[in-house]
Design a protein around this ligand. Structure first.
Ligand code: ASP
Ligand code: MG
Length: 477
């Protein structure tokens, strides 16, 4: 059988979509639905919810020499996986999987004992420890799919996702990945199977296990989609896609049906935690659309992320807010913004590994915003050697994103009149020209977001936003 690439869909399920037998059942039903539509699915799964954190805790305990603590965590993981498999599978499949799960966990125990004996955890060994989460979940999901008529076949992701040796955050090597996927995964699809592989994990050229960094399963999905030139990538999570703002602040928030990669990237940076856009870049670069979908509400159409945004009548797509920020005002005293002054200021932040969110400058002063953290007093002390420094905490950043503010005059005026009753601090329009941000007091966030949402989403463009959930005006009474 040949495979039409547009019929190929990479479906990634996050930790909550495989957290227990019920979630895995739901996942199987979603995949069955895609197959019924005539699509060929390749499935990428995260570790069961919280397992990665627990493996990291076990590794850390072993690294401190706490063998008993590490093995206790591993024992809980063993029970959880065995119990889930037992609930999920028939007798025969359970018997086979049980053997595999015990083998994996025995290997993990050996590893933890070794780490504890040496009392040292290296990044390389740490990657090997955390890899067990996805190794186990992918085996289980494959067996569950097999039992449910989906021809599930387990693929060890480490055979395909080839990376460099930067343990903990390895960089994928796209050419070898494409070659391996073509050699090992494509034939399975051609044979009508549903390949199931763990996200997040890979191996270097020597076959040593690596990981792509936290949240790396989305990255795996994009790499697999890119490598096989799939027609679409679906990121199944537990929210209805990207919203016009946080529904906990504005219950009338709307689902954004389609958004550009750049817009999604800006939003993620400012706190909308749906997915980390850098991880889907391999797909976007190949113009493969990425969908964000809700595995608990499979009927919902989610959000489609594309390289180029379709035109939208509303200037903004979404409003994000990020709290717990501090503004630092730095007024040049002695050096009066001379050559090298800015560098000296930024060097201080660099030395403390403190990331800066927003910068605005005037003739003699610089204002910066940073995540509030306990090292700020030290940073300010350093800075005060070259400038007068003032620090103000409990600030928040409001970030409004939309490609359609480009070239629009008067948008800033509308934004500021919508929030004229709150006190604005630093204001910036990012170099990307698709975001408008300003700082306010943390306590004003809810009020500001509500006013802005009311102002800019009162008459939403129905091609871009899902207005079907809105209560019709007549029935409101
Ligand atoms: N399991 C990994 C993590 O929790 C990767 C992922 O879920 O994307 O970071
Ligand atoms: Mg995740």
């Amino acid at each position: 059988m040949s495979v039409a690439r547009e019929q190929l869909v990479v479906m990634k399920f996050g930790g909550t979509s495989v957290e227990d037998a019920t979630a895995m059942e739901r996942t199987a039903a979603i995949v069955a639905g895609r197959r019924k539509k005539g699509l060929e699915a390749i499935v990428v799964v995260s570790a069961m919810a919280k397992v990665t954190d627990q493996l990291l805790a076990a590794a850390a305990a072993a690294g401190r020499g706490d063998k008993a603590g590490a093995l206790a965590i591993s024992s809980r993981l063993r029970h959880r996986h065995i119990d889930t498999a037992c609930e999920l599978l028939d007798e025969q499949r359970f018997a086979a999987l049980q053997v595999a799960v015990h083998q994996e966990l025995d290997a993990l125990d050996d590893l933890l004992r070794g780490i504890a004996a040496v009392g040292e955890l290296t990044p390389r060994t740490g990657d090997l420890v955390v890899s067990f989460g996805e190794r186990l979940s992918s085996r289980m999901v494959a067996a569950a799919f097999d039992q449910r008529g989906l021809d599930g076949t387990h693929v060890d992701a480490r055979t395909c996702i080839i990376t460099d040796s930067n343990y903990g955050k390895a960089a994928p090597l796209e050419a070898p990945i494409e070659a391996k996927l073509t050699e090992l995964v494509l034939p399975l699809i051609k044979a009508g199977k549903t390949p199931v592989m763990g996200g997040f994990i890979g191996s270097n050229a020597e076959g040593i296990t690596t990981t792509l960094g936290r949240g790396g399963s989305d990255y795996t999905a994009a790499l697999v989609g890119g490598g096989l030139h799939a027609g679409a990538i679906e990121i199944w999570t537990d929210v209805n896609g990207i919203m016009t703002t946080d529904p906990r602040i504005v219950p009338e928030a709307l689902r954004v049906k389609t958004i550009s990669f750049e817009e999604a990237a800006e939003l993620a940076y400012f706190g909308a935690k749906v997915l980390h856009p850098a991880t889907i870049l391999p797909a976007v670069q190949k113009s493969i659309p990425v969908w964000v979908l809700n595995s608990r509400n499979a009927e919902n159409e989610g959000t489609k992320i594309t390289a180029v945004a379709p035109p939208c009548k509303s200037p903004f797509k979404s409003i994000a807010a990020k709290k717990k920020l501090t503004i630092i005002d730095i007024v040049a005293s002695r050096m009066l913004m001379t050559h090298g002054y800015l560098k000296a200021v930024f060097d201080v932040f660099d030395r403390f590994k403190c990331a800066i969110d927003m910068v605005s400058t005037s003739e003699v002063s610089i204002s910066l915003s940073v995540d509030s953290n306990e090292r700020l007093p030290e940073i300010c002390e350093e800075l005060s050697k070259i400038a007068d420094v003032k620090m103000e905490g409990s600030k928040a950043l409001i970030c409004m994103v939309g490609e359609d503010i480009r070239g629009h005059n008067g948008i800033a005026g509308r934004v500021f009149s919508a929030v004229s009753h709150v006190n604005l601090r630093m204001i910036s329009q990012g170099a990307s020209e698709i975001n408008m941000s300003f700082m306010i007091d943390e306590e004003d966030v809810e009020e500001a977001v509500r006013s802005l949402h009311k102002h800019f989403f009162a008459d939403p463009d129905e091609a871009i936003f899902d207005v079907s959930v809105r209560v019709p005006v007549e029935s409101k009474a």
